[in-house]
Design a protein around this ligand. Structure first.
Ligand code: URA
Length: 438
C-alpha cells in the first residue's frame, strides 16, 4: 500500500489495520516514508484519534523496530521506574541503588534534560568519569555486578520512536496520549522487565499540568504495559514546586548522595519520600514484600544501613566514575560559583513556587537545553530554600541561584523572584502522591 493511501484512511477518520500500522512504522525507521508523509499521518492521528488497538500496535511495531534486552540469565526480578519528567526530579539516583540492595535487577535506561525538565543522564555525568554510553552487554554486566545499570538509549532501542519523536516535536504533535504512550512504552518494554512503576507528574512543572489528564495518561500507560505482560503501575505525583532542595545537575546528584548517606536536609525530605514511595511500590509488584508498609520499611532500612549507598559506590566504579564522591559528595559542588540570593518580597507563608519558571531559569543559565543538541553546564543551578507552607519574613532568602558569573544571573533573577507567591494565610499542604493507578 502506498503511504498516501494509509494517510487517506486516517484523514477520513478510519481506524488503521495492524498491517497498515506495521507498514507505516517500517517506513519511518527504514527511511522509505518521506518526513512530510510521516508528519501528515501523525497530524491525522492527532486530529482524528487512535483506538486502544491502534495505540498498542504502534507500540509493538516501534518496540520491534529495535531489540528487546534478554536478562533471563539473571536470577532476580527485573524492574524499573520511569518518570514523565519534572523540575528537581532526581529520584532515579536513589531508587536504582535502593532496589538493587533489595534484590531487584534494574536496567534503567534514562534520558537527557530538555526545556525546563532535567534528565538523569546529565545528573550522572556530573560525576567525574561516569559513562552512560553502555552496550546491552555492559548493561547486563553492571546488573550482574551491582544490581543496576544507568544508561542512555542506544540505537538498538526502538529506533522508530527516535525518528518519530523528533518529527512530532517539530510539528506540535507531542501532546496526544496514545502517541505518548506508544513512545514511552516502546522504550520501556525493550528493557525486558517484569515490573514497571511510572511516576506521572502533574502540576505546572510537568508536561501535562491538569490532574485529570495526568491520570488519563497514567491509566493509558498502565493498560499498554499490562497488554504486553509487564506488571505496570503508576503514581501521579505533584510537580507544583520543584522537588527537593536543588535544581541543577551536580547539585541534584549531591542531594541524592546526602539522602543515601542519611544526611537528608529538611528541604530534601520530599525527594526521599517520593523515592521511597516509588521504590516500595516496585518491591510489592515484584513480590519481595507483601504490603506497602513493609516495603517502605525495607527501602528505608537499606538507606539507613548504607547498603544502597554501597550499591551506588559499586555502580559508579563499574561505570567509570570516581566512587570517592560517595565519601565526599561536596566535591561535586564547584566552589567558585556566583551566588545570587532571591529575597522574599513580603512576610507570610510561601503559597507557590512556580517550578516551570525555576526550571526555565536554570536552563537559561546553562543548566539545561533548549534543543537536544545543546550542551549543559553541570555546575550551575538553584537552591530551593523556602518550600510551600514555610513561613518567611520580608527580606529572607527563599532561594539561591548559582551561576558561573554574577552577570549570568541578571537576566533571570527577577523572574525567579516572581516564581515565589507569598500569602498571609497558611496554604493547605499539597499531597505528594495525588493518585495511584493499577
Ligand atoms: N516522553 C517520551 O519519551 N515520548 C513522548 O512522546 C513524550 C514524552
Amino acid at each position: 500500500m502506498r503511504p498516501q493511501d494509509i494517510i487517506k484512511q486516517k484523514r477520513d477518520g478510519k481506524a488503521l489495520s495492524d498491517g497498515e500500522i506495521a507498514e507505516f512504522i517500517r517506513g519511518v525507521w527504514t527511511g522509505v516514508w518521506e518526513d512530510y508523509q510521516i508528519t501528515a499521518l501523525v497530524m491525522a492521528m492527532f486530529v482524528n484519534g487512535l483506538t486502544l488497538r491502534e495505540q498498542n500496535t504502534i507500540t509493538r511495531e516501534m518496540l520491534e523496530s529495535g531489540k528487546v534486552m534478554d536478562f533471563s540469565d539473571i536470577d532476580a526480578p527485573k524492574a524499573d521506574k520511569h518518570s514523565t519528567g519534572g523540575v528537581g526530579d532526581k529520584t532515579s539516583l536513589v531508587i536504582a541503588p535502593a532496589l538493587a540492595a533489595c534484590g531487584v535487577a534494574v536496567p534503567m535506561i534514562s534520558g537527557r534534560g530538555l526545556g525546563h525538565t532535567g534528565g538523569t543522564l546529565d545528573k550522572l555525568e556530573a560525576i567525574p568519569g561516569y559513562n552512560v554510553r553502555l552496550s546491552f552487554a555492559e548493561i547486563k554486566r553492571a546488573m550482574k555486578h551491582c544490581g543496576f545499570a544507568l544508561a542512555g538509549q542506544t540505537d538498538e532501542i526502538a529506533p522508530a520512536d527516535r525518528k518519530l519523536y523528533a518529527l512530532r516535536d517539530a510539528t506540535a504533535t507531542v501532546p496526544y496520549i496514545p502517541l505518548i504512550v506508544a513512545s514511552i512504552m516502546s522504550k520501556k518494554l525493550a528493557e525486558g522487565l517484569d515490573a514497571l512503576v511510572l511516576d506521572v507528574k502533574t502540576g505546572k512543572g510537568a508536561f501535562i499540568s491538569e490532574l485529570s489528564e495526568s491520570k488519563r495518561l497514567a491509566s493509558a500507560l498502565c493498560a499498554t504495559g499490562k497488554a504486553f505482560g509487564v506488571d505496570t503501575q503508576a503514581l501521579v505525583t505533584d510537580m507544583t514546586e520543584p522537588l527537593g532542595l536543588y535544581v541543577g545537575n551536580a547539585l541534584e546528584t549531591y542531594e541524592c548522595l546526602l539522602i543515601l548517606r542519611n544526611e537528608t536536609p529538611r528541604e530534601a525530605l520530599r525527594t526521599r519520600e517520593l523515592s521511597v514511595e516509588l521504590a516500595s511500590n516496585v518491591l510489592v509488584q515484584c513480590g519481595i514484600e507483601r504490603t506497602p508498609a513493609k516495603a517502605r520499611e525495607r527501602i528505608l532500612e537499606v538507606i539507613a544501613d548504607g547498603s544502597a549507598l554501597e550499591r551506588f559506590r559499586q555502580n559508579i566504579e563499574l561505570q567509570g566514575g570516581d566512587p570517592r564522591i560517595c565519601e565526599k559528595p561536596e566535591k561535586l559542588i564547584k566552589t567558585r560559583l556566583a551566588e545570587t540570593r532571591i529575597l522574599a518580597d513580603a512576610s507570610g507563608f510561601i503559597k507557590d513556587v512556580d517550578s516551570l519558571v525555576v526550571g526555565d531559569c536554570v536552563s537559561a543559565v546553562g543548566g539545561g537545553r533548549v534543543k537536544a543538541s545543546d550542551s549543559v553546564d553541570h555546575a550551575v543551578g538553584f537552591k530551593c530554600i523556602a518550600k510551600i507552607g514555610d513561613r518567611v519574613k520580608k527580606g529572607d532568602t527563599v532561594g539561591i541561584l548559582l551561576t558561573r558569573t554574577a552577570k549570568a544571573a541578571l537576566p533571570v533573577s527577577e523572574k525567579l523572584k516572581g516564581a515565589y507567591k507569598i500569602s498571609p494565610e497558611e496554604p493547605k499542604p499539597i499531597r505528594l502522591v495525588r493518585a495511584r493507578i493499577k
